[in-house]
Ligand binder design. Structure first.
Ligand code: CTP
Ligand code: MG
Length: 236
């Protein structure tokens, strides 16, 4: 697809794309991952980006009953497989990990379907970081000043220098993240997969994220000219 060489070279990297949510906050007629954005379903963007980066297979977790929508969005792409998602994102990831457990890829990228732009450079940084730790996540600094909200009034200042915005894809050595998810068992919700692995004792490296990885969450995020989405796009 792309003429840029795959950032993964000869490494065996699989991917999970979680696409079993309902997209309630976006308030669209369809779950947001199936809504067309820049000419194709959001899910197709994210899956194509991971295939293009060299991930295989790309396991897509979909909601029960969404088979037709998913097949329409990405069913024609070589290297894509489907599994059934769960009631929570964490359960969707756990189901997908179990489906891949027999194949035992060395590395897994876990990604939100709702983040349609995945820069190859981020994938490269993540996979490189796995030589030093079992997990790696893309993060960005917080630029606004922060305060705790208390009953509609301003509370204490929060220290933004210690905080990071966390994105996906998140990258893991496969056996470690599978064991961590099995150990966690699904509840309470850990927030993301990196926290599941961290609770299991795994160190998580922070690599530089990208504004282009923004998650489509609200209806206005689907408008084409939002500067936050336009930034750093490099789009086909
Ligand atoms: N997701 C999933 N299974 C769930 C819930 C969420 O696979 N049970 C996926 C979503 O499809 C999405 C990603 O997790 O790609 C991130 O979740 P979010 O942005 O919260 O999506 P939704 O849960 O669909 O949206 P909302 O919270 O607004 O309903
Ligand atoms: Mg959600």
């Amino acid at each position: 697809m792309s003429e840029v060489p795959s950032p993964l070279a000869d490494r065996s990297v699989a991917a999970i794309v979680v696409a079993a949510g309902t997209g309630t906050r976006a308030g669209k007629d369809l779950p947001k991952q199936y809504v067309r954005w820049r000419g194709k379903p959001v899910l197709r963007h994210s899956v194509e980006r991971l295939l293009d980066a060299g991930c295989a297979p790309v396991m897509v977790a979909i909601a029960p009953g969404a088979d037709e929508l998913a097949a329409e969005a990405v069913g024609d792409l070589e290297g894509v497989a489907f599994c059934t998602g769960g009631d929570t994102r964490q359960q969707s990831v756990a189901n997908a990990l179990e489906r891949l457990a027999g194949a035992v890829p060395s590395i897994i990228l876990i990604h939100d379907a709702a983040r349609p732009i995945v820069p190859n450079a981020v994938v490269e940084r993540l996979v490189d970081a796995l030589s030093g730790s079992p997990g790696a996540i893309p993060t960005l600094p917080v630029v606004d000043s922060l305060a705790v909200a208390r009953d509609g009034l301003m509370g204490d200042k929060a220290d933004r220098d210690t905080l990071r915005r966390v994105q996906t894809p998140q990258a893991f050595r496969f056996p470690e993240i599978l064991a961590a998810h099995r150990d966690w068992g699904g509840t309470p919700d850990a927030g993301d997969d990196a926290q599941v692995l961290r609770a299991h004792g795994g160190k998580i490296a922070l690599v530089e994220g990208d504004e282009a990885l923004k998650k489509l969450t609200f209806a206005e995020d689907f408008e084409l000219d939002r500067p936050a989405i336009r930034t750093g796009m490099g789009f086909d």
